[in-house]
Design a binder for this molecule. Structure first.
Ligand code: SF4
Ligand code: SF4
Length: 316
């Protein structure tokens, strides 16, 4: 576990997303409209639940926008798999009617068909709507078809990012590398991030390491300068921090002030670390005042391992 004495967020390599707010401040909401997914990734916690109720979803996001002291919002639809919610597109429609400057970042495993994707393109081509695709090889029956869908999104100017999830399972490694190379030849190479925080390189294979060294220069990567307890400064990326573990316990964190996780039933969490094994920080539909306090202030970190929002500022 890393116990940093200083933490600095560095500029990323590659490009994530299409839209931004220029130099203006904005607020990010990770928004879950469902806790169900049609895939069963071993590293995922958000696949066993149900879809949230349409009216609760609308009420939750409306109250959030009303009670956060910002006008610019990045709303990140995150897993479960949002497209499995039967009202998914109605929910996106609704989000764009809210009285704020909104970018929708739509995370999907892209298991839906081309027709569905075309409806997203047709419906949101005039909105700030961008699609983040995650490639989970084990569940993709036809990679060629998946790539055609990615190309369709890219050619319509809607591709925000691709996450390639590197699988532990040795039976899949060759095909994942082969297919990844296909994606890495495309002009969207700089939007691809290799997610390998779950891979135990020493006990599996060095094929991924060789592949990354040889083919993955210029892909998307978030970097951090960390001063370790012995005073030595090192550059880490997101994958390193997942692998090694990092603790900001007692630090002031900008979750709350700039970021929150909101479920479609009104439950909210300050960050991923406390969304897995503890109760929510509150429920916006039951106690809006608590939400307002939590969502407009910095948070003193009480978690001994940070599990995700590395890109949010933290101060000792
Ligand atoms: S596709 Fe995404 S939401 Fe679904 S099980 Fe995998 S990681 Fe979880
Ligand atoms: S665990 Fe949560 S509160 Fe603590 S530093 Fe990480 S993101 Fe911030």
């Amino acid at each position: 576990m890393i116990h940093p004495t200083k933490y600095k967020i560095l500029e990323s390599t590659g490009i994530q997303g299409i839209y931004d707010f220029g130099n203006e401040e904005f607020y990010e909401i990770t928004f879950r409209i469902t806790d169900y997914c049609n895939y069963d990734c071993s590293y995922c916690h958000w696949k066993y639940g149900n879809h949230y109720n349409f009216d609760d979803i609308k009420a939750s996001i409306t109250k959030a926008i009303e009670n956060i002291n910002h006008n610019n919002f990045r709303i990140y639809f995150h897993g479960g798999e949002a497209t499995t919610h039967p009202k998914c597109r109605d929910i996106i429609d609704y989000v764009f009617t809210l009285d704020a400057n909104i970018i929708v970042e739509f995370q999907t495993n892209l298991s839906v068909g081309k027709k569905y994707i075309q409806t997203l393109i047709d419906r949101y081509k005039d909105q700030k709507f961008e699609v983040n695709v995650s490639y989970h090889h084990k569940f993709v029956k036809d990679f060629k078809n998946l790539k055609e869908k990615i190309d369709l999104i890219y050619n319509n100017g809607m591709l925000g990012k691709i996450d390639i999830m590197l699988e532990h399972d040795i039976n899949h490694v060759n095909n994942i590398i082969k297919n990844s190379k296909d994606l890495l030849q495309e002009p969207y190479k700089n939007k691809i991030e290799l997610i390998h925080g779950f891979i135990d390189f020493e006990n599996t294979t060095n094929m991924y390491q060789l592949f990354i060294n040889e083919y993955c220069k210029g892909v998307y990567e978030e970097n951090y300068e960390i001063t370790h307890e012995d005073g030595i400064k090192k550059i880490h990326d997101t994958n390193d921090l997942y692998q090694d573990g990092i603790s900001f316990q007692g630090w002031k964190c900008a979750v709350g002030k700039k970021y929150i996780i909101l479920n479609g039933n009104g439950d909210f969490y300050m960050c991923a670390s406390n969304s897995l094994d503890t109760k929510p920080a509150g429920n916006i539909l039951k106690n809006t005042i608590l939400f307002k306090i939590k969502a407009n202030n910095y948070t003193k970190c009480k978690w001994n391992c940070c599990k995700g929002e590395f890109y949010i500022e933290k101060y000792k």
